[in-house]
Design a binder for this molecule. Structure first.
Ligand code: APR
Length: 310
């Protein structure tokens, strides 16, 4: 039997998720949105079914506003909620999205209690925290999609700067999904060559700053709404690692209980993702400077999470 992927939120990111999940034949896809958007998501699902003969994929893609239709989902990806507009921070979304995530968490808990859940809605680190508190799901089955995207952006900018294949750029970004996130140049390599050996300190700082502000750069260009292609594929990478037990090492927002000196907080850290969900958090021996940067981002996430009053 095919796996089942439930996508909660059928907007910009949700529709790309549906396309990627179908194209990669991860399973059957249910795209859920709230009334009166039932018909638009049914339309998107039908459009994707009609694309299948060219896409060469076999998957059932359906749209709904009824949580019963996500019953038994193996993976749930949550993008329900408002995106940013120009001039907004991710934290400006807290009040509106906390209500949405609470509703979604209750719907998922009642209908797909065994799913691996990937949260994309912003402010990411707080929303994934709320989702886990409301559902009570084990920490291995709830993760936030942020580090995967932040690291993709870091790698993309380095490849663009150097004119090399992005495939050969390896690195990681720690911390919250915001301007204090911590790219780690010391541990970034280009085909095995340390980044610091081939790029000046000034250029590295420029690339790190661009990575921290990458979401805002896109929001400014769009004017309304935020990035959707790269967040979608980042979440699909996580879903695929789970469904295929790939044991990929992917930075994601995971519940830390002592790792990196962080307690009871979802923060971006390198995770092993396989059939048991977030199977392990890998701890890096950080330098004092890196520890100080991590402490700053953790303080920011702690403040936002405190505002959720959960
Ligand atoms: N249940 C299900 N869907 C909901 C709910 C809800 N309670 N509330 C809102 N939605 C739906 C909206 O109707 C909309 O179709 O969520 C969808 C969000 O889609 P977009 O507005 O296009 O936003 P998108 O760009 O997909 O971003 C979604 O991810 O990256 C974050 O900051 C971004 O928080 C935002 C989220």
């Amino acid at each position: 039997m095919r796996k089942k992927i439930a996508l909660i939120g059928g907007g910009q990111i949700g529709q790309i998720l549906a396309m990627l999940a179908a194209q990669r034949e991860l399973g059957d896809v249910v795209l859920l949105d709230i009334p009166p958007l039932e018909n638009p998501v049914k339309g998107k699902a039908l459009d994707l079914m009609e694309m299948a003969p060219h896409g060469n994929y076999d998957a059932s893609i359906t749209g709904t506003s009824d949580y019963k239709d996500i019953a038994g989902a193996d993976v749930v990806i949550v993008t329900a909620g408002k995106p940013r507009e120009a001039g907004m921070t991710r934290e400006d979304l807290l009040a509106v999205n906390i209500k949405i995530i609470t509703d979604v968490a209750n719907g998922v808990k009642a209908n797909a209690p065994n799913a691996f859940c990937i949260i994309v809605t912003n402010p990411l680190d707080a929303m994934v925290y709320v989702f886990q508190k409301v559902t009570g799901f084990p920490k291995s089955r709830v993760a936030g999609m942020a580090g995967a995207l932040d690291t993709a952006r870091w790698r993309a900018f380095i490849a663009m700067e150097l004119g090399v294949s992005v495939v050969d750029v390896a690195g990681t970004v720690l911390g919250g999904h915001g301007p204090d996130m911590v790219p780690l140049p010391r541990l970034t390599t280009v085909g095995g060559v340390p980044l610091a050996d081939i790029v000046s300190k000034e250029t590295i700082e420029k690339l790190a700053t661009r990575t921290r502000e990458a979401g805002t750069e896109i929001v400014k260009l769009f004017g309304k709404g935020s990035a959707f292609f790269s967040p979608a594929w980042s979440a699909i990478t996580m879903a695929e690692a789970y469904l295929k037990d790939k044991k990929r090492v992917i930075p994601c927002a995971a519940l830390c209980e002592g790792e990196y000196g962080v307690r009871n907080l979802f923060i971006g850290v390198p995770c092993v993702i396989g059939a048991r969900g977030v199977e392990k958090i890998l701890e890096i021996k950080l330098t004092d400077d890196e520890k100080a940067m991590l402490a700053k981002t953790v303080a920011g996430v702690t403040k936002t999470v405190a505002e959720t009053k959960m």
